[in-house]
Design a protein around this ligand. Structure first.
Ligand SMILES: O=C(O)C(=O)C[C@@H](O)[C@H](O)[C@H](O)COP(=O)(O)O
Length: 377
């Protein structure tokens, strides 16, 4: 394949092995400029519907459009407002209509240029229009590069909770251009870092220790950054290949998310108060302390997790969220709508220590309530 712009070194490639739904995640600087040639090579003759948000439209959209033009890939662009509240029914409906009005076919591609919100929403459009169009992820945030662009979870939020409506729809390609991370705000970068730390906490204590030593290089844009992105993508690809539809091990990727999603819903997805990665950071600290309270995890491990997240500037306590939170009973009601709930029983990702997380399928409501009440007082 001949890529037009090759100032970059050969990208690091992580394969997500899913039989006929397998695909590559390409990681490296400058990949955005290769998007057109890569799309053309993968889907010859296809057109593209770029879905992006209004902020990214000002920064990276032109480069993507130019790359598609150079490769002769016809394209249309649809913009949505930035922020989590965009992941809603009305926006989904509008985008589906836009793609249909542009007469794109099933064999054409929806290209998500953005972070987790754009990727999840655009992916759900791709999964739904004409019962499944090709989907390409061009993640622009750290969170999207290490997590949400990989694995095929797509969807929108409901007033009943986060990501409650959606579908599994794998992308055909993920192009993670790490140069795009240079323009992220410190807050957005930190939020994505929470998902990087998550991989260490799930099952890779060595990676967590490496992060404790090397996080500064990741934040300052050193070679550590590419290593962290690639390690995260490898970890996610391995778990997704093992359990694509989350019937077992994939739930581990939800570490911190049961609490985190409830907190996001509790603030009504108001990104000024809490963004997803921050909810995950608080949720991971809570998951460790909840595990301590159940006698599963050593106190020292929970303190190490808290100290590291705080060191990089992430929130770790519910009291770090500005404004009032609903009472614990309400939080618990939101948690009870979590997708992992089975036959009414709450499921949490708990831990026996750093890198020793596990899925606990029968967690008593009372123990969560007692824990949350202690945390809030
Ligand atoms: O890919 C997965 O599986 C994950 O759980 C990764 C999460 O970090 C991600 O936020 C995901 O979108 C949450 O999924 P959900 O099923 O809890 O909505």
């Amino acid at each position: 394949m001949t890529a037009q712009v090759t100032e970059t070194e050969a990208p690091d490639t992580v394969r997500v092995d899913l039989g006929e739904r397998s695909y590559d995640i390409l990681i490296g600087r400058g990949l955005l400029a290769e998007a057109g040639e890569r799309l053309k090579a993968l889907l010859p003759g296809s057109r593209a519907a770029i879905i992006t948000d209004e902020n990214l439209a000002k920064t990276h959209l032109e480069a993507l459009q130019a790359s598609l033009d150079e490769a002769g890939v016809k394209h249309v662009t649809f913009k949505v407002p930035a922020g989590e509240s965009t992941k809603r029914f009305s926006m989904f409906e509008r985008l589906c209509d836009d793609v249909l009005a542009a007469k794109l076919e099933r064999g054409d591609a929806v290209v998500a240029l953005g972070g987790g919100v754009v990727g999840d929403l655009a992916g759900f459009v791709a999964a739904s229009v004409r019962r499944g169009m090709n989907f390409i992820q061009v993640p622009t945030s750290l969170l999207a590069q290490v997590d949400s662009s990989v694995g095929g979870k797509t969807g929108i939020n409901s007033r009943h909770g986060k990501n409650l409506i959606g579908a599994f729809h794998q992308p055909r390609l993920v192009l993670a251009d790490t140069a795009l991370l240079d323009t992220l705000s410190p807050r957005e970068f930190r939020a994505g870092y929470a998902e990087v730390a998550k991989y260490g906490l799930i099952d890779d204590a060595d990676f967590f220790a490496w992060l404790e030593e090397n996080h500064e290089g990741i934040f300052s844009g050193g070679a550590e950054r590419e290593h962290a992105v690639a390690t995260s993508c490898r970890a996610k690809a391995r778990i997704v290949a093992e359990d694509e539809f989350e019937t077992g091990a994939r739930a581990l990727l939800n570490l911190g998310h049961t609490f985190g999603h409830a907190l996001e819903a509790a603030v009504d997805y108001n990104g000024e108060r809490l963004v997803h990665g921050e909810g995950v950071a608080i949720g991971m600290r809570l998951a460790h302390d909840f595990s301590v309270s159940l006698g599963l995890c050593a106190e020292d491990d929970a303190r190490r997790v808290e100290a590291h997240l705080q060191k990089v500037g992430l929130p770790t306590h519910m009291s770090d969220i500005p404004g009032q939170l609903p009472p614990t009973e309400t939080l618990l009601d939101i948690i009870a709508q979590d997708k992992k709930v089975t036959k009414g029983a709450l499921t949490f990702i708990l831990t026996r220590g750093i890198g020793r997380s596990f899925v606990e399928r029968n967690v008593e409501r009372e123990s969560v309530l007692a824990f949350l009440e202690k945390e809030m007082n």
